[in-house]
Design a protein around this ligand. Sequence first.
Ligand SMILES: *Cc1c(COP(=O)(O)O)cnc(C)c1O
Length: 231
Amino acid sequence: MICENIEKVQARITEACSRAGRDRENVTLIAVSKTKPIPDLEEAYRGGVRDFGENKVQELVEKAEVLPKDIRWHMIGHLQRNKVKYIVDKVCLIHSVDSLRLAEEISKEAVKRQLIVNILVEVNVAGEETKFGSTTGDAIQLVEQIAALPGICIKGLMTIAPFVENPEENRKYFSKLRQLAVDINDKNIDNVTMHVLSMGMTGDYEVAVEEGATLVRVGTGIFGERNYSAV
Ligand SMILES: *Cc1c(COP(=O)(O)O)cnc(C)c1O
Protein backbone atom coordinates (compact mmCIF):
# COMPACT_ATOMS: atom_id res chain seq x y z
CA MET A 1 0.00 0.00 0.00
CA ILE A 2 2.75 2.44 0.98
CA CYS A 3 4.68 1.67 -2.23
CA GLU A 4 1.57 2.23 -4.34
CA ASN A 5 0.91 5.52 -2.58
CA ILE A 6 4.46 6.64 -3.27
CA GLU A 7 4.07 5.83 -6.95
CA LYS A 8 0.84 7.82 -7.07
CA VAL A 9 2.36 10.84 -5.34
CA GLN A 10 5.47 10.73 -7.54
CA ALA A 11 3.26 10.55 -10.65
CA ARG A 12 1.24 13.54 -9.50
CA ILE A 13 4.41 15.51 -8.86
CA THR A 14 5.53 14.66 -12.39
CA GLU A 15 2.21 15.86 -13.79
CA ALA A 16 2.34 19.09 -11.78
CA CYS A 17 5.87 19.68 -13.10
CA SER A 18 4.75 19.29 -16.68
CA ARG A 19 1.78 21.61 -16.15
CA ALA A 20 4.18 24.22 -14.83
CA GLY A 21 6.91 23.54 -17.38
CA ARG A 22 9.31 22.55 -14.63
CA ASP A 23 12.10 20.00 -14.65
CA ARG A 24 10.99 16.95 -12.61
CA GLU A 25 14.50 16.57 -11.20
CA ASN A 26 14.10 19.80 -9.28
CA VAL A 27 11.37 18.43 -7.01
CA THR A 28 12.09 15.91 -4.26
CA LEU A 29 9.45 14.05 -2.30
CA ILE A 30 10.02 13.93 1.45
CA ALA A 31 8.07 11.14 3.15
CA VAL A 32 6.86 12.56 6.45
CA SER A 33 7.05 9.53 8.74
CA LYS A 34 6.29 11.10 12.14
CA THR A 35 4.38 8.72 14.47
CA LYS A 36 4.82 5.87 11.97
CA PRO A 37 6.57 2.61 12.93
CA ILE A 38 9.91 1.45 11.49
CA PRO A 39 8.39 -1.21 9.18
CA ASP A 40 6.40 1.53 7.43
CA LEU A 41 9.58 3.50 6.83
CA GLU A 42 11.33 0.37 5.56
CA GLU A 43 8.54 -0.13 3.08
CA ALA A 44 8.84 3.46 1.88
CA TYR A 45 12.59 2.93 1.57
CA ARG A 46 11.97 -0.13 -0.60
CA GLY A 47 9.61 2.08 -2.62
CA GLY A 48 12.61 4.26 -3.42
CA VAL A 49 12.25 7.05 -0.87
CA ARG A 50 15.54 8.34 0.56
CA ASP A 51 14.28 11.56 2.14
CA PHE A 52 12.32 11.28 5.37
CA GLY A 53 10.84 14.06 7.48
CA GLU A 54 10.31 13.95 11.24
CA ASN A 55 9.10 16.61 13.64
CA LYS A 56 10.39 15.27 16.96
CA VAL A 57 14.06 15.08 17.85
CA GLN A 58 13.96 11.85 19.81
CA GLU A 59 11.92 10.04 17.19
CA LEU A 60 14.25 11.18 14.42
CA VAL A 61 17.33 10.04 16.34
CA GLU A 62 15.85 6.63 17.16
CA LYS A 63 14.79 5.99 13.60
CA ALA A 64 18.06 7.20 12.11
CA GLU A 65 19.93 4.76 14.33
CA VAL A 66 18.24 1.67 12.94
CA LEU A 67 17.46 2.59 9.34
CA PRO A 68 19.86 2.57 6.33
CA LYS A 69 22.59 5.18 6.40
CA ASP A 70 21.88 6.56 2.96
CA ILE A 71 18.64 8.11 4.21
CA ARG A 72 18.54 11.90 4.29
CA TRP A 73 16.75 13.05 7.44
CA HIS A 74 14.82 16.31 7.43
CA MET A 75 13.88 18.05 10.65
CA ILE A 76 10.56 19.70 9.81
CA GLY A 77 9.05 20.40 13.24
CA HIS A 78 9.49 23.15 15.76
CA LEU A 79 12.94 22.74 17.29
CA GLN A 80 13.81 23.59 20.88
CA ARG A 81 17.24 25.03 21.47
CA ASN A 82 18.17 22.48 24.13
CA LYS A 83 17.63 19.65 21.61
CA VAL A 84 19.75 21.05 18.79
CA LYS A 85 22.83 19.14 19.99
CA TYR A 86 21.14 15.78 19.38
CA ILE A 87 20.46 16.32 15.71
CA VAL A 88 22.99 18.68 14.11
CA ASP A 89 25.12 15.77 12.94
CA LYS A 90 22.17 13.59 11.88
CA VAL A 91 20.09 15.78 9.61
CA CYS A 92 20.69 16.89 6.06
CA LEU A 93 18.44 19.92 6.45
CA ILE A 94 16.63 21.72 9.26
CA HIS A 95 13.50 23.24 7.70
CA SER A 96 12.12 24.97 10.76
CA VAL A 97 14.53 27.73 11.78
CA ASP A 98 12.34 30.60 12.87
CA SER A 99 14.44 32.70 15.21
CA LEU A 100 17.92 34.12 15.57
CA ARG A 101 18.28 32.46 18.98
CA LEU A 102 17.65 29.03 17.51
CA ALA A 103 20.07 29.73 14.66
CA GLU A 104 22.71 30.84 17.18
CA GLU A 105 22.38 27.55 19.02
CA ILE A 106 22.70 25.58 15.77
CA SER A 107 25.74 27.65 14.88
CA LYS A 108 27.35 27.01 18.27
CA GLU A 109 26.92 23.24 17.99
CA ALA A 110 28.07 23.25 14.36
CA VAL A 111 31.26 25.11 15.18
CA LYS A 112 31.95 22.83 18.15
CA ARG A 113 31.80 19.79 15.86
CA GLN A 114 33.27 21.45 12.79
CA LEU A 115 30.13 20.95 10.74
CA ILE A 116 28.23 23.08 8.30
CA VAL A 117 24.53 22.71 9.05
CA ASN A 118 22.10 23.39 6.20
CA ILE A 119 18.93 25.18 7.15
CA LEU A 120 15.79 26.78 5.78
CA VAL A 121 14.16 29.79 7.33
CA GLU A 122 10.53 29.08 8.19
CA VAL A 123 8.13 31.82 7.17
CA ASN A 124 4.53 32.05 8.31
CA VAL A 125 3.33 33.55 5.04
CA ALA A 126 -0.34 33.16 5.88
CA GLY A 127 0.17 34.93 9.21
CA GLU A 128 -1.66 32.25 11.18
CA GLU A 129 -1.42 32.85 14.91
CA THR A 130 -1.11 29.17 15.73
CA LYS A 131 1.93 28.64 13.52
CA PHE A 132 5.64 29.16 14.07
CA GLY A 133 7.79 31.02 11.61
CA SER A 134 9.07 34.47 10.87
CA THR A 135 6.63 37.00 9.48
CA THR A 136 7.06 37.80 5.80
CA GLY A 137 8.16 41.31 6.76
CA ASP A 138 10.87 40.15 9.17
CA ALA A 139 12.22 37.34 7.01
CA ILE A 140 14.88 39.29 5.11
CA GLN A 141 16.37 40.73 8.28
CA LEU A 142 16.35 37.30 9.92
CA VAL A 143 18.13 35.79 6.92
CA GLU A 144 20.77 38.55 7.05
CA GLN A 145 21.37 37.98 10.75
CA ILE A 146 21.59 34.19 10.45
CA ALA A 147 23.86 34.44 7.40
CA ALA A 148 26.50 36.12 9.55
CA LEU A 149 26.76 33.10 11.86
CA PRO A 150 29.53 30.52 11.35
CA GLY A 151 28.77 26.85 10.73
CA ILE A 152 25.39 27.46 9.20
CA CYS A 153 24.31 27.69 5.59
CA ILE A 154 20.91 29.03 4.49
CA LYS A 155 19.55 27.10 1.51
CA GLY A 156 16.10 28.59 1.15
CA LEU A 157 12.69 28.99 2.76
CA MET A 158 9.98 26.78 4.19
CA THR A 159 6.32 27.39 4.92
CA ILE A 160 3.39 25.47 6.32
CA ALA A 161 0.24 26.63 4.58
CA PRO A 162 -3.15 26.66 6.30
CA PHE A 163 -5.28 23.55 6.40
CA VAL A 164 -7.88 24.08 3.67
CA GLU A 165 -10.44 22.01 1.79
CA ASN A 166 -9.53 23.52 -1.56
CA PRO A 167 -5.75 23.60 -2.22
CA GLU A 168 -6.21 26.49 -4.65
CA GLU A 169 -6.72 28.70 -1.60
CA ASN A 170 -3.07 28.14 -0.70
CA ARG A 171 -1.66 29.04 -4.11
CA LYS A 172 -1.22 32.69 -3.08
CA TYR A 173 0.89 31.69 -0.08
CA PHE A 174 3.17 29.43 -2.11
CA SER A 175 3.57 32.13 -4.69
CA LYS A 176 4.34 34.64 -1.92
CA LEU A 177 7.06 32.41 -0.48
CA ARG A 178 8.66 32.04 -3.89
CA GLN A 179 8.58 35.79 -4.45
CA LEU A 180 10.17 36.31 -1.06
CA ALA A 181 12.95 33.90 -2.02
CA VAL A 182 13.51 35.88 -5.23
CA ASP A 183 13.68 39.15 -3.25
CA ILE A 184 16.18 37.67 -0.79
CA ASN A 185 18.24 36.20 -3.60
CA ASP A 186 18.43 39.63 -5.24
CA LYS A 187 20.18 40.95 -2.13
CA ASN A 188 23.17 38.67 -2.83
CA ILE A 189 23.80 37.96 0.83
CA ASP A 190 27.02 36.06 1.51
CA ASN A 191 26.46 32.46 2.54
CA VAL A 192 22.85 32.49 1.37
CA THR A 193 21.26 30.75 -1.61
CA MET A 194 17.54 30.48 -2.24
CA HIS A 195 17.39 27.31 -4.33
CA VAL A 196 15.26 25.34 -1.89
CA LEU A 197 11.57 25.96 -1.34
CA SER A 198 10.00 23.51 1.09
CA MET A 199 6.24 23.83 0.67
CA GLY A 200 3.24 21.62 0.07
CA MET A 201 1.77 18.73 2.10
CA THR A 202 -0.72 15.96 1.31
CA GLY A 203 -3.60 18.34 0.64
CA ASP A 204 -1.80 20.87 -1.52
CA TYR A 205 1.55 19.59 -2.82
CA GLU A 206 0.51 19.70 -6.48
CA VAL A 207 -0.33 23.39 -6.25
CA ALA A 208 2.93 23.94 -4.36
CA VAL A 209 4.90 22.24 -7.16
CA GLU A 210 3.15 24.42 -9.74
CA GLU A 211 4.27 27.44 -7.70
CA GLY A 212 7.90 26.35 -7.45
CA ALA A 213 8.32 23.94 -4.53
CA THR A 214 11.59 21.98 -4.67
CA LEU A 215 10.78 19.87 -1.58
CA VAL A 216 7.28 18.63 -0.82
CA ARG A 217 6.50 17.09 2.57
CA VAL A 218 3.89 14.34 2.27
CA GLY A 219 2.81 12.22 5.23
CA THR A 220 -0.81 11.09 5.11
CA GLY A 221 -0.73 10.65 1.33
CA ILE A 222 2.00 8.01 1.74
CA PHE A 223 1.49 6.38 5.12
CA GLY A 224 -2.23 7.00 5.75
CA GLU A 225 -3.78 8.85 8.67
CA ARG A 226 -1.71 9.32 11.82
CA ASN A 227 -2.93 7.95 15.12
CA TYR A 228 -1.48 10.22 17.78
CA SER A 229 -2.96 8.26 20.67
CA ALA A 230 -0.86 5.22 19.75
CA VAL A 231 2.50 6.93 20.29
C1 LIG B 1 3.05 16.49 9.51
C2 LIG B 1 3.70 17.46 8.62
C3 LIG B 1 3.65 17.32 7.22
C4 LIG B 1 2.87 16.23 6.50
O1 LIG B 1 1.49 16.43 6.63
P1 LIG B 1 0.44 15.57 5.77
O2 LIG B 1 -0.74 16.45 5.68
O3 LIG B 1 0.21 14.32 6.53
O4 LIG B 1 1.07 15.30 4.46
C5 LIG B 1 4.33 18.25 6.45
N1 LIG B 1 5.03 19.26 7.02
C6 LIG B 1 5.12 19.41 8.35
C7 LIG B 1 5.92 20.53 8.90
C8 LIG B 1 4.45 18.52 9.18
O5 LIG B 1 4.54 18.71 10.52
